[in-house]
Design a protein around this ligand. Structure first.
Ligand code: PLP
Length: 421
């Protein structure tokens, strides 16, 4: 029972280094967050030792009396949180939730219609190298070249032409809310199932700050580690009992063997926290921070440098920066912000003239900093730091900007009191 630092100092030191990086920099990758200490504890627990193939009350292993209660709590809490009748909390990740959900909904060779990867969709929504693109016949819809938004009338026309078996609502990089009612009506008109992947905005939904796709969708999937701030993992919801049975058998034994009970415990904790007032207040800061960022990046001094915000703003937790007219490409923008201590990811903009490894965009999100305690004043400061860096480009005063980042990081300590992990 020796501690990690003695058994494997190499790994222990790297974990300490990573904790230092997270503490000393400002995390603005839109899909990341800081899981609370309680979630980290649940994930680092002895539940990792337990095999529990099957579902609560119907396991293929003995000794499941406690993990059954853990999984029941996780399922009950997530159903309550999103107002769903049925939940499967076993998927190891968002991608595995999506694989099982698709397998429950359609057969190989059937047609799915999802947002193109290049326009903000996810790999699992039909990208050709992903299982989804290999197993299914994929038709992709796109955003409009002038508004960068999804046009629901055009989507309807495409759905009528393509006749998909499933329509996908959901995205990894899209700064606006989706019209779930319109998606439902198109799905009904063409006889398709509606699958919503709310991985990115689930935390906003949980807090009542974003429309809930559950009442409109046949199946809803999500990750737990983005706006929801839980362990890295996935989940599937439905209101339809027959669909629930298919989902269950497609998760286990369809896709997975033993569930990660330590991760499921972490999910249960995260769902409990996500139902709290404190969590709802935090999502307000997430949204307000994203709006502050969009406003600053839309200001005239930034516009003069060819930098703007896709769709002109945001109604969610992220901003998509358009660098098509800037001297900086996405890679250079990402590197420059990294140099001053702000972590973001470059992201292709729709109709991007630059290649995928370079891109002409940045995706910048506020969830992790809101978790750290940032409110409007701090988001105003961080927005100005980013705006100044992007407009000054290669002439940016890196040391001065880094000092401003350091101050924000020092003022909002991450995991205070945690000496090592
Ligand atoms: N779905 C969406 C919309 C996502 O953005 C992501 C991750 O970025 C996933 C699914 C996949 O989640 P994971 O990385 O846990 O497989």
């Amino acid at each position: 029972n020796l501690p990690l630092s003695e058994v494997d100092p190499d790994i222990a030191n790297l974990i300490t280094d990573e904790l230092g990086r997270q503490r000393d920099t400002l995390e603005m990758i839109a899909s990341e967050n800081f899981a609370p200490r309680a979630v980290l504890e649940a994930q680092g627990s002895v539940l990792t030792n337990k095999y529990a193939e099957g579902y609560p009350g119907r396991r293929y292993y003995g000794g499941c009396e406690f993990v059954d209660q853990v999984e029941d709590l996780a399922r009950d809490r997530v159903k309550e949180l999103f107002g769903a009748k049925y939940a499967n909390v076993q998927p190891h990740s968002g991608a595995s939730a999506n694989a099982a959900a698709l397998a429950a909904m359609i057969n190989p060779g059937d047609t799915m219609l999802g947002l193109s990867l290049a326009h903000g969709g996810h790999l699992t929504h039909g990208m050709k190298l992903n299982f989804s693109g290999k197993l299914y016949n994929v038709a992709a819809y796109e955003v409009e070249p002038d508004t960068f938004r999804i046009d629901m009338d055009k989507l309807r026309e495409q759905a009528l032409a393509v006749r998909p078996q499933v329509i996908v609502a959901g995205w990894s990089a899209y700064p606006r809310q989706l019209d779930f009612e319109a998606f439902r009506s198109i799905a009904d008109e063409v006889g398709a199932l509606l699958w919503t992947d709310m991985a990115h905005f689930a935390g906003l939904v949980a807090a009542g700050k974003h429309p809930n796709p559950v009442p409109y969708s046949d199946v809803v999937t999500s990750t737990v580690h983005k706006t929801l701030a839980g362990p890295r993992s996935g989940l599937i919801l439905t209101n339809d009992l027959e669909m629930f049975k298919k989902i269950n058998s497609n998760v286990f034994p369809g896709q997975q063997g033993g569930p990660l009970m330590h991760a499921i415990a972490g999910k249960a904790v995260a769902f409990k926290i996500a139902a709290s007032e404190e969590f709802a207040e935090r999502q307000e800061r997430v949204l307000s921070g994203a709006q502050i960022l969009a406003e600053r990046l839309n200001a005239s001094d930034v516009a003069e440098a060819g930098v703007s915000v896709l769709t002109g703003g945001t109604d969610v937790h992220l901003v998509l920066v358009d660098l098509r007219n800037s001297k900086l490409d996405g890679k250079q923008g990402e590197d420059l912000l990294h140099e001053i201590g702000i972590t973001v990811n470059r992201n292709a903009v729709p109709f991007d003239p630059r290649p995928p490894m370079t891109t002409s965009g940045l995706r910048i999100g506020t969830p992790a900093l809101a978790t750290r305690g940032f409110g409007d004043a701090e988001f105003t400061e961080v927005a100005d730091i980013i705006a100044t860096a992007l407009k000054d480009g290669e002439n940016a005063d890196v040391a001065a900007l880094r000092a401003r980042v350091d101050k924000l990081a020092a003022d909002f300590p991450l995991y205070p009191g945690l000496e090592e992990w």
